[in-house]
Design a protein around this ligand. Structure first.
Ligand SMILES: NC(=O)c1ccc[n+]([C@@H]2O[C@H](COP(=O)([O-])OP(=O)(O)OC[C@H]3O[C@@H](n4cnc5c(N)ncnc54)[C@H](OP(=O)(O)O)[C@@H]3O)[C@@H](O)[C@H]2O)c1
Length: 342
């Protein structure tokens, strides 16, 4: 049956300005890192994307290497664009990235002009698009002059391959340098994509939020649910089918008894707020407007619906915030620390 998006979708979401740009993003965005490779039936991917769009999620985040195999998430999303989302391209903000290993040899990863532009072309081809809305440098490359990577991003915009550019997992100092180069080139940095959640607060220690506000750059926080740890699912052990049993990015050893104790206490605070833990974790990332949008992942459409419910209560009392700080210590879960340490 032909999919028709929910007529009331735009009243189900709130949209926030991305930094000082004219672009608004949904408070919750959907990422296709997991559950969009060949190991997931195509119908599940379609259902997740349809549910997201039905709830006003207009922003879909990809990268060259999402799969498995690398590239397959972009191919799957390209199919969805041709079928379910046909006729809706101008309602969507689609992003992709280059930075991590994509193909063999010296030109298949990091930040050279050679790699970044070739990878962008490959992403466009896989998705069947003329342009992406946002193209990112996925990680800081200590061996390539920052000017070269930023000039590649500028070229990608000037040549019509992307409308805006962003950077991911760059620390405050590198963000300032990158933003200054981009400004000089005439292509402003629209957005920064850092990992951020209650159990991973490097952006606060780094001062990144303040830097982005000062520079007028928007932000999209990835892994707001700590890959699922900040939900109720691991409270009674590791369930079948969950990300922690898939041998991918979530090492079960990181779900320590201490982390579970924190999650149990956070769950109780969420219940008092009338939220699920996933909803409270997303609201926490979005609190006080410092982050533009929370970038979630989902393995089922029902998870998207639950997460979107977060927008029902984005406010915290000072007492709630203090209690969250008191019960939840940081955990060693930041897989992207190397990029922001350079
Ligand atoms: N820039 C970067 O370097 C970078 C790195 C990583 C991610 N990202 C982006 O961020 C996106 C999100 O990352 P993520 O998937 O790790 O984020 P996440 O939202 O922290 O975790 C998503 C996982 O949590 C579980 N979940 C989601 N909603 C739930 C709910 N309501 N109730 C119970 N469980 C729920 C699901 O796990 P189960 O599979 O266990 O059901 C889901 O796959 C990625 O898709 C990607 O676009 C960017």
């Amino acid at each position: 049956m032909t999919y028709r998006p929910a007529a009331d979708r735009y009243s189900r979401m709130i949209y926030r300005k991305c930094g000082t740009s004219g672009l608004k993003l949904p408070a919750i965005s959907l990422g296709l890192w997991h559950n969009f490779g060949h190991d997931t039936p195509h119908q599940v991917k379609r259902d997740i994307c349809r549910t997201a769009f039905d709830h006003g999620i207009t922003h879909f985040d990809l990268a060259n290497n999402y799969g498995p195999p690398p590239g397959s998430a972009e191919e799957a999303f390209g199919e969805i664009l041709k079928t379910d989302f046909a006729g809706h391209r101008d309602e969507l903000i689609i992003s992709s990235k280059a930075g991590y290993l994509m193909w063999d040899g010296p030109y298949g990863e990091w930040g050279s002009r050679k790699y970044v532009i070739a990878s962008c072309d490959q992403s466009l081809k896989r998705m069947g698009l003329d342009y992406v809305d946002i193209f990112y440098s996925h990680r800081f490359d200590p061996e390539t002059p920052l000017e070269e990577t930023m000039m590649a991003l500028d070229h990608i915009v000037r040549s019509g391959r992307a409308l805006y550019v962003g950077i991911s997992s760059y620390n405050s100092a590198r963000t300032r340098e990158a933003a200054a180069i981009l400004k000089e080139l005439g292509t402003p940095c629209l957005i920064h994509q850092p990992s951020y959640n209650i159990l991973n607060r490097w952006v606060e220690r780094d001062g990144l939020k303040e830097t982005l506000t000062e520079l007028g750059i928007g932000s999209i926080a990835f892994t707001p649910l700590a890959q699922g740890i900040l939900t109720g699912k691991y409270l009674n052990g590791i369930p079948e089918g969950s990300r922690a049993v898939q041998g991918k990015s979530l090492d079960p050893a990181t779900i320590t008894p201490r982390a579970i104790e924190s999650v149990r206490a956070l769950n109780a605070i969420a219940a008092r707020r009338g939220q699920t833990l996933a909803q409270m974790a997303i609201a926490w990332v979005l609190r006080d407007g410092g982050i533009t949008t929370a970038l979630i992942g989902a393995s089922r459409p029902e998870q998207v619906v639950d997460c979107v419910g977060a927008i029902g209560n984005l406010d915290f009392t000072a007492a709630e915030l203090a209690e969250i700080d008191a019960v939840a210590a940081e955990e060693d879960i930041n897989l992207w620390a190397r990029s922001s340490a350079e």
